[in-house]
Design a protein around this ligand. Structure first.
Ligand code: ZN
Length: 489
């Protein structure tokens, strides 16, 4: 016999190296599914549950998947090395894929031998369960191997290893041995669910690093809790006069951005257990709820981390932009007449290079220092409410100047005055109302006449220098395009 291979419940499931059936067809979608890829999409614990689900569906004639070659319903099986493959429900030799090879003689001998060994163990555990339950006066109607007839007249009867009653709840205890097949596990679960009774599987022993296939069927079907009754627990039950079992359960813990499992082994009193008759689970620890909680926590923490990173990145970007903006302003406004021209031009080229990396530099081979100076002066004037760098007396005179010399800057000038709250200063300066009259007269042409449109690179530079004040303010439902509403006044 092959040695036991135990898989981490959270590891990805794997297919056998050469599956006989390499494609299955989904009856629901009609799609062909590559078996290896299908299996690999599940974590091991999920694959075990899928195996149970497919098996019950096949049993109840609700086929989900069929062999792509012959159309016979298939279910998921697991090799001794805990790798998965598909098996035909029945095989009559008409399909080239052979999935139901018989056992070798040696295997049958080994199984028989194990069977004899287990019947001894079986008796022992049953006695221990009876002893433990008898120690607790709340459990009544203790019976061993008593036939349990279906109350609904459903087909079949069961003979649970031990049955008992706790108030209104009927309980069936089954000793789980390595020869317990999935079919048996599933049909018992169905039977006791329809009986509204709780089925408790008990093992003679368990270790998470040495799990047999049948352990995994019980474990994952029972929300990752498994129970052991042995000499120690029976003695504990007797001395406490309360039913005590040993519980092994998985416990999810956060490890960075993912969940990993810890295994917990502890003695539990029956009162600590949660029984769900519909799900046919008896648990000391709700693994699924806890894991979902932790996943949510990981998601929240991740989102918070990303948000914090974004804020930091945005702050750094803003700081960089502010620094560059101040550098441009200083360069233009602190202009010393003594600076020799070539040196100054070189300085401007260096700054324009930086502006270009922020996508707001002047383009062309000879970026004009006069242009950037004019823009800086215009921003500074609009911001302070008095001419900066212009040889005019007030904002209205700058306006007239723009009308005649730089009509492309007019709209931006207007937007900036409004944004900086200095429009009233211009209105006050416009004593003769000449400016207002000119604007009234030209208003219909402001948007259509190309002379009022700025070159794109200058427009971007001005927006950068004025921190967006040179652009038309966005309405709530405006679509911001790359030009930021420059053309839409
Ligand atoms: Zn087939």
């Amino acid at each position: 016999m092959a040695g036991n291979v135990t898989i981490d419940p959270l590891a990805w499931a794997e297919a056998v190296t050469k599956p006989e059936i390499d494609e299955v067809r989904s009856l629901k979608s009609g799609h062909m599914l590559d078996v290896r890829r299908l299996i690999r999409a599940f974590r091991y614990e999920r694959a075990i549950l899928l195996r149970q689900k497919l098996k019950s569906l096949v049993k109840s004639d609700e086929t989900r998947l069929v062999c792509a070659t012959c159309g016979v319903p298939v279910y998921l099986a697991c090799s001794t090395s805990k790798r998965f493959f598909f098996r035909h429900r029945h095989e009559d030799g008409s399909c080239p894929a052979v999935t139901r090879a018989g056992f070798t003689e040696a295997e049958i001998r080994a199984m028989k031998y194990r069977g004899t060994q287990e019947s001894e163990a079986h008796k022992r555990i049953k006695e221990l369960v009876l002893r433990s339950l008898s120690a607790d006066p709340r459990f009544t109607e203790l019976l061993s191997e008593k036939t349990w007839r279906s109350s609904e007249g459903l087909p079949g009867l069961r003979r649970p290893d031990v049955s008992a009653r706790l108030e209104n709840l009927r309980l069936a205890f089954e000793v789980q041995l390595s020869t317990t097949f999935l079919d048996v596990v599933l049909s018992r679960r169905e039977f006791y669910r329809s009986e509204r009774a709780a089925l408790v599987w008990v093992l003679p022993n368990f270790h998470p690093n040495y799990r047999r296939m049948t352990d995994d069927d019980i474990l994952f079907g029972n929300n990752s809790n498994i129970f052991v009754v042995d000499e120690i627990t029976a003695a504990a039950s007797e001395s406490a006069s309360t039913f005590i079992l040993k519980c092994w359960h998985r416990k999810p813990v956060i490890d960075g951005d993912r969940i990993v499992d810890e295994w917990v082994e502890r003695l539990v009193c029956w009162d600590e257990l949660k029984v769900d008759v519909d799900l046919q689970t008896v648990v000391a620890f709700d693994y699924q709820v806890e894991a979902a909680k932790l996943l949510e926590q990981i998601k929240t923490e991740k989102a918070a981390r990303i948000a914090a990173q974004q804020v930091t990145a945005e702050r750094a970007k803003a700081a960089l932009e502010n620094e560059l903006r101040e550098r441009v302003f200083r360069f233009v406004l602190d202009d010393d007449d003594n600076d020799e021209y070539m040196g100054r031009h070189k300085g401007w080229l260096a700054i324009n290079g930086c502006l270009q990396t922020q996508n707001c530099g002047l383009e062309g081979k000879y970026p004009d220092l006069m242009k950037v100076s004019r823009l800086v002066h215009l921003v500074a004037s609009a911001k302070t409410g008095k001419p900066v760098g212009f040889k005019y007396k007030n904002l209205a005179e700058i306006g007239h100047h723009l009308f005649h010399q730089h009509p492309d800057l007019l709209l931006a000038y207007g937007f900036m005055l409004r944004a900086f709250g200095t429009k009233s200063i211009l209105d006050r300066d416009d004593r003769t109302d000449r400016w207002a009259a000119k604007v009234r007269e030209e208003r219909p042409n402001l948007l259509s006449d190309p002379k009022y449109r700025m070159a794109e690179d200058e427009e971007r530079l001005l927006a950068f220098l004025s921190q967006g004040a040179s652009r038309k303010p966005l309405m709530a439902n405006d679509n911001r395009d790359q030009d930021g509403g420059r053309a839409a006044a």
